[in-house]
Design a binder for this molecule. Structure first.
Ligand code: SF4
Length: 691
């Protein structure tokens, strides 16, 4: 097979890769023509070839642990889902999807559940990644519109990284920021409780108290007003300025944990630099007040009109390769396809008509954490999980594990049966892996890129869209799921987006609705909106997607993380990624090179705390919270603040049974976005003494 252009399956940067299959295996290199990376790859992308192969792959369907054939497995799944719906109603079934899925697969899962099963109980692990940003965008703009582009990072004079360790989590973007610094002197500010790798090369680090981002950006908004830096022309078509400013002024009494002169230096720099991009990620989103944090950042950009113009704007970077694609197809339980609103009757009528859907869901479904609570208490009796590992990664993971175990019927579609979740499934469906399947993904700056197959799926593995279409067909919906391939699904998705555009939504790729199969195969990276009604740049004109066309500034007040520290649990545990691993390591764990970077689960603890607790470097520490505990290797470092701990989220029961941390994280969520708090778990730490 000749070389194939595709997309890296890890983070939301969405780097282009060139795959060259050969007798010596797969070769992978960066695509010099892809606009996201221009040939660059990070350590994970460079090691992609080491993660493919048939070792550990699920090669055939299984029912109850026994190998079977596709016909038997699909009939069984369809019958159990249909029986459950018939007996207990559509809300008794649920689908838990993933930002790893391709857009075409995601589109079909959403169509199947919302349009034909008749429930909005489809949510995604992206709920853990960027749901607060979606909610914040919708409050401000009326739609989940990402204003920023990667070129803005090249053109900015100031880049502020908030709750984002870009150097490790989006390394190629960080390289672009450093290149801008070298080329034009771009200043870099890091706002993060930890001193992360992103602080290397930064001009300023603000080690704020965990969870105090709203207080900091409220202070910035007040300072913008005091410095007379408000863009009065821009805010003439904005509502909520006075209320947002009044709330911001009360920030004087809200604690950031920062020295006042450091805060004032930051405010002066931000106000004095017109071309400023504020990049934010999980440190903002994964919070019980994540939506308010997003609003606090957006307020500052809206007040100064620094949005929708080259080199400036708020910019949420997504964790997963297709978190954005999932947002486009309505993969969240509270959204409808193509950024339409599930609670809007006209939007529902448009989607139901387009799909000829017999029973389109009329109300939002269960968000991720609530979905597994419903599994636990028996409301959900049949569950389909695709390409994600909730038994390891959802908060209170032990309870999630128990819920899946007790669920009357669980289906898992995945490339392997060696995950904490797959081991609990009643039915396992073998899936094609990255490099074996065709479709599209959308990266953080709305660029749609093709993923192209370079390898043949091993055994009986099949693409995800086929799993869904086959089950839907067996449930009586053949007319709506009779696809021959992903290009057909993509065209349908693009055509529906044109209807959404006609209803005033931002997401419109209808210019791609008539691609031939050959056009689809050759599709170059394309940023939406494609059928641009506004010249392809959102918000340059100050207009938003609310009914009155006006942007909203939202008054927000600082609040503490929901869990309160107490004498038994005096620490706050912050969780995150390491440079060379991805999620629960089902792929990166196969690379010895990547695994060598940080070989085992660890906990970072400040020297003062380590000294007080008699914890020596590299010894084992027992970290415990009200919901779980883990044994972790101590890394003593002043990169974390006294009273706080940091531990990576990658290790699972499969890879380090005593080192799993998501069992400790409480299932407390943001009341608007439903995103869990993964950065402020209350916990205790002590030297581990083996029994
Ligand atoms: Fe892949 Fe992200 Fe690295 Fe690019 S930056 S190579 S998308 S992991």
């Amino acid at each position: 097979m000749s070389e194939v252009r595709s997309t890296c399956p890890y983070c939301g940067v969405g780097c282009g890769v060139i795959l060259a299959p050969g007798a010596d295996g797969l070769q992978v290199r960066g695509d010099p023509h892809h606009p996201a990376n221009r040939g660059r790859l990070c350590s994970k992308g460079s090691a992609l070839a080491e993660t493919v192969g048939t070792e550990g792959r699920l090669l055939a369907p299984r029912i109850g642990g026994r190998q079977t054939d596709w016909e038997t497995a699909l009939d069984h799944v369809a019958r159990r889902f249909a029986d459950t719906v018939a007996t207990h109603g559509p809300d008794s079934v649920a689908f838990y999807a993933s930002g790893q899925m391709l857009t075409e697969d995601y589109y079909l899962a959403n169509k199947f559940m919302k349009g034909f099963v008749g429930t909005a109980n489809i949510d995604t692990n992206s709920r853990l990644c960027m749901a607060s940003t979606v909610a914040g965008h919708r409050r401000a703009f009326g739609t989940d519109t990402v204003p920023g582009t990667y070129e803005d990072l090249d053109d900015a004079d100031l880049v502020v990284l908030v709750g984002s360790n870009l150097a490790w989590c989006h390394p190629v973007l960080h390289q672009r920021v450093l290149a801008a610094k070298a080329a034009r002197g771009t200043k870099i500010v890091v706002v993060d409780p930890r001193r992360t790798a992103s602080c290397n090369g930064a001009d300023l680090h603000l080690p704020l108290a965990i969870g105090s981002d709203v207080a900091l950006f409220n202070r910035l908004l007040a300072a913008i007003h005091e410095a007379d830096a408000v863009d009065h022309g821009y805010i003439a078509s904005v509502t909520g300025f006075d209320a947002a400013l009044a709330a911001a002024r009360s920030a004087d009494i809200a604690p950031t944990g920062l020295a006042p002169d450091l805060v004032e230096s930051f405010c002066r720099l931000w106000i004095g630099t017109e071309r400023v991009v504020t990049v934010f990620s999980q440190g903002v989103n994964q919070s019980t007040c994540g939506t308010d944090k997003v609003s606090a950042i957006l307020n500052c950009h809206i007040a100064t009109g620094r949005i929708g113009k080259p080199g400036m704007g708020p910019f949420s970077v997504t964790g997963q390769p297709n978190a954005m694609g999932g947002r486009e197809v309505g993969g969240l339980a509270n959204t409808l396809a193509c950024h339409l609103d599930i609670e809007n009757p006209a939007h529902r009528a448009a989607v139901a008509g387009f799909w000829s859907a017999p029973r389109l869901a009329a109300t939002p479904g269960l968000k991720a954490v609530d979905m597994f609570r419903a599994v636990a208490d028996g409301r959900v009796k049949a569950l389909w999980i695709m390409h994600t590992n909730p038994a390891a990664t959802l908060p209170e993971a032990n309870a999630v594990r128990e819920a899946i175990t007790e669920c009357p019927f669980t289906v898992v579609s995945d490339v392997t049966n060696a995950t904490d979740t797959a081991r609990l499934a009643d039915v396992l469906l073998p899936a094609a892996a990255w490099a074996e399947k065709d479709g599209t993904v959308t990266n953080s700056d709305r660029t749609i890129s093709r993923q192209r197959a370079a390898l043949t799926p091993p055994g009986q593995a099949k693409p995800d869209w086929w799993h869904i279409a086959q089950v839907a067909t067996r449930m009586g919906h053949a007319h709506a799921f009779d696809y021959v391939g992903p290009s057909e699904i993509f065209r349908e998705h693009a055509a529906l987006s044109g209807i959404a555009g006609g209803l005033g939504r931002d997401f419109d790729i209808s210019g791609l609705a008539d691609l031939t199969d050959a056009d689809y195969d050759a599709l170059a990276p394309t940023r939406w909106p494609v059928a641009a009604r506004r010249g392809g740049r959102f918000f340059a004109d100050g207009l938003a997607f609310h009914a009155d066309g006006k942007m909203r500034m939202i008054p927000v007040h600082w609040s503490e993380p929901v869990g309160k520290t107490e004498p038994r649990y005096p620490f706050r545990l912050n969780t995150g990624r390491v440079r060379d691993h991805w999620h629960t390591m089902t792929r990166t764990g196969r690379s010895a090179r990547l695994s060598a970077h940080l070989a085992e689960p660890f906990v970072e603890i400040h020297p003062e705390d380590a000294d007080r607790l008699h914890i020596a470097p590299d010894t084992l520490v027992e970290v415990s919270s009200p919901t779980g505990s883990a044994i972790l290797r101590a890394t003593i470092t002043d990169a974390v603040q006294p009273g706080t701990l940091f531990s990576p989220m990658h290790w699972s029961a499969e890879t380090a049974p005593s080192g799993r941390i998501d069992a400790m994280v409480a299932a407390a969520t943001d009341p608007i976005s439903g995103q869990p708090e993964s950065k402020a778990t209350i916990c205790a730490a002590r030297p581990f003494a083996a029994a």
